[in-house]
Design a protein around this ligand. Structure first.
Ligand code: FE2
Length: 666
């Protein structure tokens, strides 16, 4: 008899072990073993259990293993989470089979040996069969659903608990998430704020919403929110650094003139436009969108235009604001020289529009929903043994679960956003639809986006500085990985799974809209490298940039109002402190908004930072070394960012690799 040594590694997650009967079968090129029980040893969480399987003759090169788990009459079904199985053959060859998923049913599950194989590498019919069967099963487990017309399709599921086990939150994550939500809402309830429909009487009263939940930056914002330089700073390094662009020519619908704005004694607006010192934020995406109705009260959402000037001291300050897109007498251009409350009210309307544009377009659509599309397409169309699956699957962790939660708790019929945001309800769908139509592939690729917005040389733009470095590090890593498996363009063209994957993304993510410029197929290795870089960057860095500062800048509601309940002023000189307080959202709406951003800014304790790969999907030496090098590069960048931040009044930490999660998970 010949003996195979089998080592089973069970994961360290809560409840990852099983008391059920586990069986294994080894399948090689020259035969297969008997289905053998592994139940003689208890398979506990974090255990490493060794078994011997004897065969009358060599099985040849091992292709796959089959695992199944059965519960006895007296034994309840007990899901099992194996990490991997290692097998030493009688010939002394060691094979590794990565698993990293829950086995909850009684079905037979096949797992391939760890060496990555493209579809045309499959020389064995067993391997080919296992590949097809796996995709068949995945197609059934991960269906597409159109939740909203004109919006990227999402996973078909009746809530997060109905998702396949392998993509659900861990026990730790579920518990922490639930606890944070309940604790925040209980605190509001105890303070009697959750059901208080009154307006705020004094701004200072807002400080008591979460007086024990603050960050250094949220305190700073509370103190300085009315200052023009902090208003300007946020468009570069706040939650929403993706809208501002250099302005060389004023839009026709924004008729600011030289004599309106004060630049300096020796210059004017026309000169500064030519010099490249003028910047623009245009919220045209929100034009014509009706405001929500909250507790029977009409809400207001505007589509402002904001002009900024980069001063000689490099501060970016707002110099003109028009709150609606069409210029007219009742749509004045507000200026810093107007009365204190005219100017402040105009800035509040801009920040409220910015809340909507940031949350719906930059955050929800361009990171959460696209990351879900990348994840579902990968799960449906690419088998585990494919190098692209191994490369991208860590960047999809928890994305389907958090998005299912968002569809229930935030944007569902009873969601916080639907009930309490100016753009809640039908308007949200319209904005998302419009946003998707105007998305471009270039805007998803960081260096192209910065170039297209002409922001290469703006000073103190840390989002750009850190983002470009991260893009380059990810690009180098992805290029190394892809070129290891694809030496020539023809191999990319030949890989039907790769082509089907990108076709699925184009169809379900971008709804076949050609003007987006999203690739519909790959013809060259560099095309594939760029797209995979964009996927990893979007799921990790871009999400961190637009997600992690939500509480820093949103905890002080007047800086980021979720909605506004008075129409924008139609003439100057009609505002006051009293009208401002009547414009800001009432108490209960304010506290719901703040509770939401608190929850969405919390880092969970099982956070996996960018470049950490606790699951060994790759087993070959070269790709594993590339993963280590990637992590080293990220660690070095983190040190540099920390050094840089020491000299900044407001440290920019959102793109420090240590704070960037591998995937959209919150
Ligand atoms: Fe998020």
């Amino acid at each position: 008899m010949l003996h195979y040594e089998v080592i089973v590694y069970t994961g360290h997650r809560v409840c990852s072990g099983t008391l059920n009967h586990v069986h294994i079968k080894l399948v090689g090129k020259d035969g297969e073993s008997h289905r053998t029980s592994l139940s003689s040893l208890r398979i506990g969480g974090g255990s490493v259990s060794t078994y011997t399987i004897s065969c009358p003759k060599s099985l040849g090169e091992l292709i796959l293993i089959e695992l199944d788990k059965q519960h006895g009459y007296l034994m309840p079904d007990d899901a099992w989470f194996p990490n991997k199985v290692e097998i030493k053959s009688p010939e002394g060859v060691i094979y590794t089979f990565p698993i990293h998923c829950w086995i909850g049913d009684k079905e037979t599950h096949r797992f391939r040996e760890g060496k990555a194989l493209r579809v045309f590498d499959e020389s064995n019919s067993l391997g080919q069969y296992a590949r097809e069967q796996e995709l068949c099963r995945r197609k059934a487990d991960y269906g597409w659903e159109q939740a909203y017309p004109g919006v990227p399709h999402c996973i078909e599921a009746d809530g997060p608990c109905k998702l396949p086990h392998e993509v659900q939150f861990s026990f730790t994550k579920t518990t922490e998430f639930g606890f944070t939500a309940i604790a925040a809402l209980t605190e509001l309830e105890l303070k009697g704020l959750e059901h208080d429909h009154h307006n705020w009487k004094h701004l200072d009263d807002i400080k008591r919403v979460f007086c024990n939940k603050h960050t250094v930056l949220s305190d700073y914002v509370q103190e300085h929110w009315t200052e023009d330089w902090l208003f300007g700073y946020q468009f570069l390094n706040g939650n929403h650094p993706t809208l501002i662009q250099r302005c060389k020519t004023l839009p026709k619908n924004f008729p600011v003139t030289d004599d309106m704005v004060v630049i300096s004694d020796c210059s004017n607006l026309s000169n500064e436009l030519k010099q490249g010192n003028i910047y623009l934020c245009d919220y045209k995406n929100l034009d014509g969108m009706p405001g929500n109705i909250i507790h029977g009260v009409q809400q207001y959402l505007t589509a402002p235009l904001v002009l900024f000037y980069k001063q000689p001291d490099d501060k970016l300050i707002p110099i003109a604001i028009q709150l609606k897109q069409t210029p007219s007498k009742d749509n004045p251009i507000f200026l810093p020289t107007d009365s204190e409350y005219d100017w402040l009210t105009a800035k509040i309307f801009v920040k409220s529009a910015d809340f909507t544009e940031h949350q719906l377009n930059a955050h929800l659509l361009r990171t959460h929903l696209l990351a879900e599309v990348f994840a579902v397409s990968l799960l449906r169309k690419v088998p585990m043994v494919h190098p692209l699956y191994k490369l991208l699957i860590p960047h999809t962790r928890y994305t389907l679960h958090i998005n299912e939660l968002a569809r229930t708790l935030l944007i569902g019929p009873a969601g916080i956003f639907t009930q309490f945001a100016a753009s809640g309800g039908q308007t949200m769908t319209k904005i998302l639809e419009r946003s998707l139509s105007s998305i471009t592939y270039r805007s998803l690729c960081f260096p192209d986006d910065i170039a297209d917005r002409d922001l290469q040389d703006v000073p103190n733009f840390y989002y750009r500085d850190d983002g470009l470095k991260l893009w380059n590090i990810i690009f180098e890593f992805v290029q190394g990985m892809i070129q290891y498996y694809y030496k020539r363009d023809e191999q990319v063209q030949q890989d039907s799974e790769l082509q089907i994957w990108i076709g699925d993304i184009f169809e379900h993510g971008f709804l076949c809209q050609q003007q987006t410029g999203i690739p519909q197929s790959f013809t060259t290795v560099p095309e594939l490298v760029k797209f995979a870089t964009m996927v990893i960057f979007t799921c990790s860095c871009q999400h961190a940039a637009v997600n992690n500062g939500q509480y820093d800048y949103g905890a002080w509601m007047p800086n980021t109002p979720i909605t506004l309940q008075r129409a924008p002023p139609t003439e100057k000189g009609t505002t006051s402190k009293a009208t401002m307080l009547m414009t800001l959202p009432p108490i209960n709406v304010t506290v719901q908004g703040i509770a939401a951003v608190w929850l969405l800014s919390r880092q969970s304790s099982d956070f996996v930072p960018l470049g950490h790969y606790p699951e060994d999907h790759f087993t070959e030496r070269t790709p594993r070394q590339m993963q280590k090098d990637f992590k080293t590069e990220l660690d070095q960048l983190s040190i540099k960012i920390n050094e840089r931040n020491k000299s900044l009044k407001i440290p920019y930490t959102y793109l420090d690799p240590k704070n960037v999660e591998n995937s959209v998970a919150i």
